[in-house]
Design a protein around this ligand. Structure first.
Ligand SMILES: Cc1ncc(COP(=O)(O)O)c(C=O)c1O
Length: 381
């Protein structure tokens, strides 16, 4: 059996997610019910109750895959899309399809640890490309270029980044694609937070998706974060490289067959009303981010952004006077009923990952408790 290390972020979330009163660990934009979406959009969710509940479309329905492809413009179509149980399954499937012993893989760090631990588990030789303060926490092209070896098969990026909230600008994205093309390397871009580009600032344009920039780029995304319906567990892989998609589909036959037909129908409904859902979530993230920034400004002696968030729903908060943030996050959850994920889950001790896309109520009530716990912890240690 190949060794697989524990998935620290998911385990910490699982321990407290349903118990904590205030959730500052959430990565999804405040989740929606079907009733909420009906109210938001004015459109009813219709389910054909006579539909036979069989496996149905193995790769995802034509209607859904067409809707997904349309999110990426006109260059790709339904044949470029494979549906999965969340982006987490697409990521896993992609590594299962592409990498193994003898392959070299480069992955950004910090990021969602699945992106480097699964290639490692499949036997690849994985090097981490550290995102640094000097580079604004986006990939440094010269460093990346110097890391490429004869057997580099795959480069993995995450845009917007979890946990930093940094966004790779278009010019850097294009350079990454050119580098991959020059060395004939696949590029995996986990874009699960797309299109939550709520705070890009005046000099950044909305980044293009990697799958529209490079023929060997594979993008993964889902309905979980920006579309607020993580509970339907529906994600996808999209790429111009049909061979990769065929190979992935073939492997997928062994562990998925198809996703739930009900989930497929709900995803179609949400994507039909995507404009309204995204509009609601951009507004929510903007407002909550501003609230969080005001809180940090007020308590500058204790907290600081590692990177100023530009997109996504999460950021890393430096906890200036506490080094063991794993124990502190446990204390915060146990004693104050507030969930925030320790930076240790991202190889980044001395920080907490804060999710600000959740309800404003969680922030308004959770942040003062974070400050209180911080003061108490410092007084006691
Ligand atoms: C970067 C990243 N990729 C993938 C996932 C998995 O999301 P899902 O399977 O819900 O689409 C997450 C969840 O937090 C994530 O942060």
């Amino acid at each position: 059996m190949p060794y697989q290390e524990d998935f620290a972020v998911e385990q910490f979330m699982d321990a407290y997610e349903t118990k904590a009163k205030y959730n500052l660990g959430e990565t999804c934009c405040y989740s929606l019910s079907l009733d909420d979406i009906e109210k938001l959009s004015g459109n009813r969710f219709e389910l054909d109750r006579s539909m036979r509940l069989t496996y149905r479309d193995i790769k995802g329905s034509d209607e859904l895959r067409t809707q997904i492809a349309a999110l990426y413009g006109s260059s790709l179509n339904l044949d470029n899309v494979l549906v999965s149980n969340g982006a987490i399954a697409s990521n896993y499937l992609l590594y299962y399809t592409l990498v193994g012993k003898g392959d070299h893989v480069i992955c950004v760090d910090p990021t969602y640890s699945q992106l480097y631990s699964v290639p490692d588990m499949f036997g690849a030789d994985v090097d981490l490309l550290k995102l640094t303060e000097e580079d604004g926490y986006i990939p440094n092209i010269n460093t990346l270029s110097a890391m490429i070896k004869e057997n580099t098969k795959l480069i993995i990026i995450n845009n917007p980044n979890n946990p930093l909230g940094s966004v790779i600008p278009n010019d850097i994205m294009k350079k990454i694609c050119q580098l991959c093309e020059k060395h004939d390397i696949y590029l995996h871009s986990d874009e699960v937070y797309r299109p939550m580009f709520h705070s890009l600032g005046p000099d950044l344009e909305v980044p293009e998706s990697a799958c529209t920039l490079y023929s060997k780029a594979i993008v993964t995304c889902s309905m979980s974060k920006a579309y607020s319906v993580a509970g339907i567990r529906l994600g996808w892989m999209i790429t111009a490289d049909k061979q990769v998609l065929r190979d992935a589909a073939s492997r997928r036959d062994y562990n998925t067959i198809s996703v739930s037909v009900i989930d497929d129908r709900i995803a179609q409904y949400v994507l039909k009303n995507a404009y309204k859902v995204i509009e609601r979530n951009i507004k929510l993230c903007k407002e909550n981010y501003q609230y969080l920034t005001e809180f940090i400004d007020k308590h500058q002696n204790d907290f600081k952004y590692v990177a100023t968030p530009q997109g996504g729903t999460v950021c890393l908060l430096r906890i200036k006077n506490i080094t063991n943030t794993y124990d502190f996050a446990t204390f915060l959850a146990e004693e104050f009923n507030v969930l925030a994920v320790p930076g240790e889950a991202f190889n980044f001790p001395g920080t907490l990952r804060i999710g600000y896309g959740n309800s404003k109520d969680d922030l308004i009530n959770g942040l003062p408790l974070l400050k209180k716990a911080n003061d108490l912890w410092i007084a006691r240690h």
